[in-house]
Design a binder for this molecule. Structure first.
Ligand code: ADP
Ligand code: MG
Length: 261
């Protein structure tokens, strides 16, 4: 049965999508069966996985509104398969922005994704969900089906402050909707060890959160930022780059972590 993880942080531009697609590719490279779900109407994780969001006939929107199953809506990119890093994609595009409003009216609205994943869970080792930069109904759907949340964060001054809202939301979802949910870990991303402040914040994180902080650190690396314009994760775009290697190491760390779950 698949282990399901949300990549969430209500701040934008902190590296959620980069983490989701590169972790997906890294896990696939290590032989894991992966489904990546894009829950952000921007569709960046879809495009960054080599899938053109404008050409999609079915997306996560149709799955949330129960007009399609995941088995019907998932696609994959041949480019990634050829690179030995293939994974399935349940894509998103702008249409998904409407789901927020449409779901308000329906029953068990926060459980829609969970029910859909249950039908395919035995086909995967990992399901990774790229969340939008908000604590919205879409993010709630993600949190309701996850075993754990991966929180990418930059080691900056306000990093800890921003975490409070997310931690509170996760506690509420845990108490009311999903007993299995926990923060599996904080992932330090875009890290630059030459910046003293980043080293300090990194230390503070470890003091506060202990072994909830992943051992792997993702460096700031331009190859990771360049990859999306080629429609592939950095792990595929430049496997020798420091950023790609860090994500493959992180994938290995995730495989170890789920053994203990
Ligand atoms: P989010 O999904 O949280 O909005 P993104 O993953 O889209 O964040 O990242 C924001 C920007 O930072 C993107 O332009 C991305 O390419 C860049 N970026 C992310 N991680 C790194 C990294 N480790 N090194 C350099 N650039 C990065
Ligand atoms: Mg994103």
């Amino acid at each position: 049965m698949a282990k399901i993880f949300c990549v969430a942080n209500q701040k934008g531009g902190v590296g959620k999508t980069t983490t989701t697609v590169n972790l997906a590719a890294g896990l696939a490279q290590l032989g894991q069966r992966v489904l990546m779900i894009d829950l952000d109407p921007q569709g960046n994780a879809t495009m960054g996985s080599g899938v053109d969001k404008r050409q999609l006939e079915l997306t996560v929107y149709d799955v949330l509104l129960e007009s399609a199953s995941i088995a019907e809506a998932r696609v994959s990119s041949q480019k990634l398969v050829d690179a030995g890093c293939g994974y399935d994609v349940l894509g998103a595009n702008r249409e998904l922005a409407g789901a927020e409003v449409e779901l308000v009216e329906v029953e068990r609205r926060e459980k829609r994704l969970r029910l859909a994943i249950e039908a395919v869970a035995d086909q995967y080792d990992f399901v990774l969900i790229d969340c939008p930069p908000s604590l919205s109904m879409l993010t709630l759907n993600g949190l309701c089906c996850a075993h754990g949340v991966i929180v990418p964060m930059q080691c900056e001054y306000f990093a800890l402050e921003g975490l409070t809202d997310l931690v509170n939301t996760i506690k509420q979802v845990h108490a009311n909707l999903n007993k299995e949910l926990a923060i599996i870990g904080l992932l330090r991303v875009m890290f630059d060890p030459r910046i003293t402040l980043q080293l300090q914040v990194s230390e503070q994180l470890k003091q506060h959160f202990g072994d909830k902080v992943f051992n792997t650190v993702i460096p700031r690396n331009v190859r990771l930022a360049e990859a999306p314009s080629y429609g592939v994760p950095g792990v595929v775009f430049d496997p020798a780059s420091k950023g790609a290697q860090a994500f493959v190491t992180f994938a290995g760390e995730m495989i170890e972590r789920i053994k203990a779950m």
